[in-house]
Each structure stands twice: as structure tokens, then as C-alpha cells.
Ligand binder design. Structure first.
Ligand code: PEP
Ligand code: MN
Length: 352
């Protein structure tokens, strides 16, 4: 439920609404906006006496949020959420942010080489898994803490921010210490204890769409994060399971980008690497995603894809990534956006 204030309502009137909501046993979330100030009532159990709120001075109207997810909906918040990252980088504003790197952190040499090539081509955020959710228990599971430390080293050398996955609540504590964005993977989209822990984290969360999740289920998972107090959430479309797994790894749901922008104020990026599973299809789908309005893309690139310990077939060669950056810039400009520049190189720079 949203209590919308009249234009020109005073701070005292807003405060009175907040106090009344709290007095009724619910949480109040004031949202000052350019067009209107609204106060969200969190925890509506269907027993809210709205006449008590409607009668307060300065209240214009009471809106019932019709979607099952509340705080992530556009009804709740009209303005786009802009997720602010260190150094002034933003996701959800006018910039299109490119996150790139290998599927997994494999060694110091590999991740540092990858980070330098991502930066040189103009990517802003380094990706790379330290904790890998693998289908088979016998596949490479990631370097764990060592991988996180290598990612932090790569950030220090290149100025790239870091996004990496946490696969369990304990992992969130480590990831939030070393990375700039906590990734929750497709397989964990409905791991509710993980979502609750990430909702209490101090860092933004990148929430990937589940392998067979509807958009409503995905947005309800995002709601868990906001309900716990983390409003810095970026959604990521990464393809869903279709009936034809012989051609591409998943079915890239391009429509989800436009649909999510309508239903939610949260930024959405796209991952054409996991969506297609084939490096020759990553570039056209990255172009399509940006054209469809994605606020960024996440792509896998490896210095030597044929030697990758995971997802080599979908990892771009370095020169392909450079080309992808050029094309992404051209598409972004055509729709009056721009590709975010990497942050200035840190004063202390190693290698090269
Ligand atoms: C990944 O980004 O490496 C990954 C495992 O992706 P997803 O969760 O989308 O499968
Ligand atoms: Mn991968």
C-alpha cells in the first residue's frame, strides 16, 4: 500500500503519516520523488485500517499495489532505480555498463590477463566466479577465497570493479568483503535463505533469472532482497530453459528486458553468454539486448577459451570482445545512451 502525499505536503505531515503507520504495527518507507512524495506501508497483512491514513493532513490518495511483488514494482516507485557503485559508476541511469571476464577465476595469470584485456577494450566491471555452482560435483568448483583475493588484486591493478557469485549465506559474507557486487546465480534464484542474507548485505546484488523462472517469480525473489532492506538490486536475464537444447544452451528472453522495465523500477542487464552457450551467438544477442534497453551486459571472455575450466565454448576470444565493445558503443549511441567508461586507473598500477 502506498500513501501518496499532496504536492507541497510539509515534512511534518509526512512524519505524521510515518508515525501513524508505525503505530499501526507496520513499517513505513518514505520515498521523496521529483513528482510526488509517497510513503510505502510494508507488511500489509490485509488488516490495515486505511481510513485512519486517508484522514491525515496532506494525504492525497492511497494506492493499492496490485502486483504480488510490492517494493520492486513500478506502482511502488515510479522513478528508475539507479544503483550507485564505487567511483561514480552507475547501473540503471543513462549508461550501459559492460561486465566481462572469464566464467571462473582459474589462476593469477589468467584473471590478471583477463582483467587487463577487459579494461583495454573498455569494459567497466570484471566478472569471474570464485565459488562455482556446477551441475556435476566432479567439475571445477572454483578457487574459493583464493579466487576472491585474486579478483581484489585485479581490481587494484586495473581499476575495474568486481562482480562475483555467492552460492550460500556464508559465502555472502566473504563476497561482500572482496567484491563490489554480489551475484546470485540462476540456480539459486529461489534460495530464500541466500536471498535473505544478501538482502542484509552492504553491497549491491546482481540477481540472475532462474533457469525456469517466470518473470513474476524472479521479481518476487528480488522482493526478498528489498524486503530485507537492500534496495541496490540489478536484475540479469540469462536465458531460460526451452525445449530445444540442441541448438542453443538456453532461450534468450529478450522480451523480459522490456517487460521488466515496465513492471519494475530496478535496472536490468542481459547475459548473452549463458543465454546462448555459443561464442558466435554472443555478439548478435549482446547487440539485441542493448537495443532492447538493457542497462548493461555481462559477457564471458577468456584469454584462451579452449583452455577454460568452465564455459569455454561460450567464452569470447579477446579480439571478439574488443569488437563487441565497439558494436555495443554504436548501438548505445543510436538510442542516445552511452557505454560507461572504466574508472580511471589507480595510482599504483602493476604489470605492463
Ligand atoms: C555465471 O555467471 O558464471 C553463471 C553460473 O551464470 P548463471 O547463474 O546464469 O548460470
Ligand atoms: Mn559461466
Amino acid at each position: 500500500m502506498l500513501i501518496v502525499m499532496q504536492h507541497g505536503a510539509t515534512a511534518d505531515q509526512v512524519e505524521r503519516v510515518v508515525e501513524t503507520i508505525q503505530d499501526m504495527g507496520y513499517q513505513a518507507r518514505p520515498m521523496p520523488g521529483a513528482q510526488r512524495t509517497a510513503i510505502g506501508l510494508v507488511g500489509n497483512d490485509g488488516r490495515v485500517d486505511e481510513s485512519r491514513l486517508a484522514a491525515l493532513a496532506g494525504v492525497k490518495e492511497i494506492i493499492h499495489v496490485t502486483q504480488p511483488y510490492k517494493q520492486v514494482s513500478r506502482e511502488w516507485k515510479q522513478e528508475d532505480t539507479v544503483v550507485r557503485l564505487p567511483g561514480g559508476l552507475t547501473v540503471g541511469g543513462n549508461d550501459v555498463v559492460v561486465m566481462a571476464g572469464p566464467c571462473s577465476v582459474e589462476s593469477e595469470e589468467q584473471i590478471l590477463t583477463a582483467a587487463h584485456l577487459v579494461r583495454e577494450a573498455g569494459g567497466a566491471i570484471l566478472r569471474g566466479g570464485a565459488f562455482k555452482p556446477r551441475t556435476s560435483p566432479y567439475s571445477f568448483q572454483g578457487l574459493g577465497l583464493k579466487g576472491l583475493k585474486l579478483l581484489a588484486k585485479a581490481r587494484e591493478e586495473t581499476g575495474l570493479l568486481v562482480v562475483t557469485e555467492a552460492i550460500d549465506p556464508e559465502g555472502v559474507k566473504l563476497v561482500e568483503e572482496y567484491a563490489d557486487i554480489i551475484q546470485i546465480g540462476a540456480r539459486n534464484m529461489q534460495n530464500f535463505s541466500l536471498l535473505k542474507r544478501a538482502g542484509r548485505a552492504r553491497k549491491p546484488v546482481l540477481l540472475k533469472r532462474g533457469i525456469a523462472a517466470t518473470i513474476t517469480e524472479w521479481l518476487l525473489s528480488a522482493e526478498y532482497l528489498l524486503a530485507e532492506g537492500n534496495h541496490h538490486v540489478i536484475l540479469c536475464e540469462r536465458g531460460v530453459r526451452g525445449f530445444d537444447s540442441t541448438t542453443t544452451r538456453n532461450v534468450f528472453d529478450l522480451t523480459a528486458i522490456a517487460v521488466v522495465h515496465e513492471l519494475s523500477h530496478l535496472p536490468i542487464i542481459a547475459d548473452p553468454s549463458h543465454a546462448t552457450g555459443r561464442r558466435d551467438k554472443v555478439m548478435p544477442m549482446a547487440r539485441a539486448a542493448v537495443a532492447a534497453g538493457a542497462d548493461g551486459i555481462m559477457v564471458e571472455v577468456h584469454p584462451q577459451p579452449e583452455r577454460a575450466l568452465s564455459d569455454g565454448a561460450q567464452s569470447l576470444y579477446p579480439e571478439q570482445f574488443t569488437e563487441l565493445m565497439q558494436e555495443t558503443r554504436a548501438i548505445a549511441e543510436a538510442i542516445r545512451r552511452r557505454v560507461a567508461e572504466p574508472l580511471p586507473l589507480p595510482a599504483v598500477s602493476g604489470r605492463r
